[in-house]
Design a protein around this ligand. Sequence first.
Ligand SMILES: Nc1nc2c(ncn2[C@@H]2O[C@H](COP(=O)(O)OP(=O)(O)O)[C@@H](O)[C@H]2O)c(=O)[nH]1
Ligand SMILES: [Mg+2]
Length: 311
Amino acid sequence: MFEAKKLPTVLTAEELLDKAFGRASKVAGRTKKEKTINKLSTVSNVLRDYFNKIIKSHPSYDNLPEFYKEMIDVAVGLRKIKKALAALDWANSMTQKIITKSIRDVKTGKNPEQVLKSAYGRIASIIEQIDPELRFLNEAKKILREIPSLTDDPTLVVAGYPNVGKSSFVSRISSVKPEIASYPFTTKKIYVGYTEIDGIRIQVIDTPGLLDRPIHKRNEIEKRAILCLKHLSNCILFIIDPTETCGYPIENQLSLLEEVKENFEVPVIAAYSKADMHDKRDLPAFSSVTGEGIDEILKIVKEKMGISSRR
Ligand SMILES: Nc1nc2c(ncn2[C@@H]2O[C@H](COP(=O)(O)OP(=O)(O)O)[C@@H](O)[C@H]2O)c(=O)[nH]1
Ligand SMILES: [Mg+2]
């Protein structure tokens, strides 16, 4: 599971240099030589710890589930993150090299003050070079934090026109109140609920604004958001409101169903909502108000997802 909430704040070059040199300015030593070596070692430790902390806080992006890779790529750019982390790695080894060499120079008798001054100058110039990457990583952190935490439980995505009863269904079957997260790159929200079918936890996702209108009319960013859903879903429940109280004629709802079927390779279950208001039963029908038909729907979901209750 991807947990961007753990990503730390990233300092700018100036802040990082203040931190390292500030810490070094407080160290003591019996001789000028010793004091200089202690200062250099302090800068070395602060920088190494800092760079390692930032680099290690990021997951191994290549090993993330496709859903996250796609989402992160759209939100901030996977290559950009990798390049920025590589730049930090570079700065880390460069500054350590400078410090190791400087300590050796002091030990072998070079003027401590001059060595320190020159080392500080070179370190500062390296850190300043990666300032854009540091700033980018801090911005990326803010965006990545918005990415919903999803589990790798089997996932049911709920689709259908607005007001057909998607949210009501997700709430009805969820053991806990659905969590709301946002897509980091659109204004769209994701509602995530969890239910159990025969002891197997199922993640149920409702994404208002994505699979509730013709896909072919979507802009690029929405199409990519839909692509993220493709990586995530194991099954789709397409809800049709035959009463049309949702405000959309049944023909439009059916044509969206066809489009969803064409765009997704997973099983798509079509079902009627609001069964308490009509008698149409040529498709499975359920009511989130009375609870009628809900167990039937979950049973079909279980079959389509290939969930076996034998354990
Ligand atoms: N009678 C009845 N009304 C329902 C049912 N499910 C949803 N509704 C109503 O339909 C409207 C839209 O439901 P909602 O779940 O918000 O739809 P969504 O936009 O698809 O998420 C709300 O006023 C619900 O109370 C149902 O099973 N029976
Ligand atoms: Mg809704």
